[in-house]
Design a protein around this ligand. Sequence first.
Ligand code: ZN
Length: 411
Amino acid sequence: MSGDEKVSVKLIKGGTLIDGTGADVIKGADVLVEGSTIKNIGKDIAAPAGTEVIDAAGKTVMPGLIDSHIHLWGSIAGGMQEWMIRPLELGLLKAATDARAMLNAGYTMVKCCGSSNGLHLRDSAAEGTLKGVPRIIASGHWISQTFGHGDPHLLPTEYVDMRTTRHRSVVTSALLADGVDECIKATRYALRQGADFIKIHVSGGFTSPRDKVTDVQFNLSEIKAIVDTAMQAGKYVTAHYQKSIPSLRNAILGGVKTIEHALLTDDKSVEMAMEKDVIFVSTMSVFRRSLSMNNENAKLIIESYNRLHEYGAVFAAGTDNMGIADTAGKNAGELELMVQYLDLTPMDAIVTATKNGAKACFMGDKTGTIEKGKLADIIMVNGDPSKDITVLQNADKVEMVMLEGNIEKRV
Ligand SMILES: [Zn+2]
């Protein structure tokens, strides 16, 4: 910005404020935004001349929402066949549309836990080409052991590993690595591609063709090597983990900072995690069917997530959204599931998608709450999500979206 260019000042006036910390709502609150940051919060703040006033009377003003686990694959129906034969370019364009739908629904930040599209969309937004998308935090490629969750092992190996394949597809996001040396190399490769953080798999998953959700993946020494290599570049490691306590303990001991899915936890592992400030990310949306059938997995998830909440662990909302069936923009369905199935109030659920989401994106000091000095990532909602969490699934109710002080949507 040149010296004589004026910093824009905006006043969001008279709204009902949910600040994202879990504190009670404040009625008739003003939020003053200067440039990209929140300058002041209070009542009857005097607006300097030239201030753009946004009338928030009767509306809720809250932090922009954060989805801490998505994949910007731009899927249509999903499934191996689509992922193998659909041109990558179509996926990229759909992913851009999905990202826009998320911003339109009030999501100002998303964490893409595996997809090279995440890197491209982030960089396209940074160069000013792609507009109207949330801030994207992206891992790019994930690192998996051979015969791990990130290795689609019904395919020949030459179709799979990102560094060697000539069959690039959505599912070839994997860097297969076995042993400490390969883990170091794969981590450096992911960093070289522009990863904001490193995504690994420490257990099997439900969509794995041959390995089981209970399988332990990567040895502790391999996890440590990945974490150390990432930390040398100032980056953190996020781990897919589903249903084997030894995997969870390895991840925590190895220095992993966020644990995704966590369908199974026990008291000891949660205590270990909290000692090391490990963050957990929910993904109830992908288990919607299990939850409605109240099957064994549903019972495990509910028990595990209630345990995390009871312990006061940092618990952030993720959806695992891949864009399938136009679900992008409906991400706040996760919050409804939390309120429906867990011991969380609507306000607790809001914290998982604001303050705790920012922590899961390693941006807790910069955004996630409406507090002085933080980035002005703010939305205005026609309705009160602290009473009815479902309003956040209706993009038409999200009447204003501000990202770093810029108004991206206003109706
Ligand atoms: Zn995922």
